[in-house]
Design a protein around this ligand. Sequence first.
Ligand SMILES: Cc1cc2nc3c(=O)[nH]c(=O)nc-3n(C[C@H](O)[C@H](O)[C@H](O)COP(=O)(O)O)c2cc1C
Length: 192
Amino acid sequence: MMRIAIIVGSTRPGRKGEVVAKWVHGVAQGRSDAEFELVDIKDFNLPLLDEPMSPMMGQYAHQHTKRWSAKIASFDAYVFVTPEYNHGTSGALKNAIDFLYHEWVNKAAGFVGYGGASGTRAVESLRLVMGELQVADVKAQVGLSLFTDFENFTTFKPTSGQETAVNAMLDQVIAWGGALKALREKRVEGAW
Ligand SMILES: Cc1cc2nc3c(=O)[nH]c(=O)nc-3n(C[C@H](O)[C@H](O)[C@H](O)COP(=O)(O)O)c2cc1C
């Protein structure tokens, strides 16, 4: 069974990311075509990137990196739940991505963005990063607005249709994740 991580992309106290990611996880668990796990980058206590060698070398000096590497390597695909900070993703999520390389390569990813403008630009910024990591990012994405999906900009109440949007995104992640899993298992010479 394909394993998909739902990654909580914000770490600040009072973050909305946790409730959003838990909701995505709940929707995902209604499916039987993959296994889903909530992965909170906050739990890994990653400092700002402090590895002396490039992650492409895969030779990690620190225990926090080895732990993060083992977790991320164990999945076939990812759903990044990202806030929008200044038209980009969070520094915390970008930093966590930068810690690793081969763990991400030839996997699939989908996005759930949220913010004043539904996290659209945060997702676009992540798509650029995915290209370098050879992650196949799917078109269908979920955008949650502070204006319409949160009551008084505070309490998360996703509008009708958002659950359908999550499932449409997961359909694509599972399809591409499966294709890439087969590719990885073939270990095509020179593929990465
Ligand atoms: C530093 C910072 C920058 C932000 N910049 C934007 C922005 O550029 N566009 C936007 O739509 N919302 C922006 N927001 C609103 C956030 O997307 C919103 O507060 C969201 O809840 C943040 O995610 P979090 O609660 O999980 O940290 C910003 C919020 C913060 C804290």
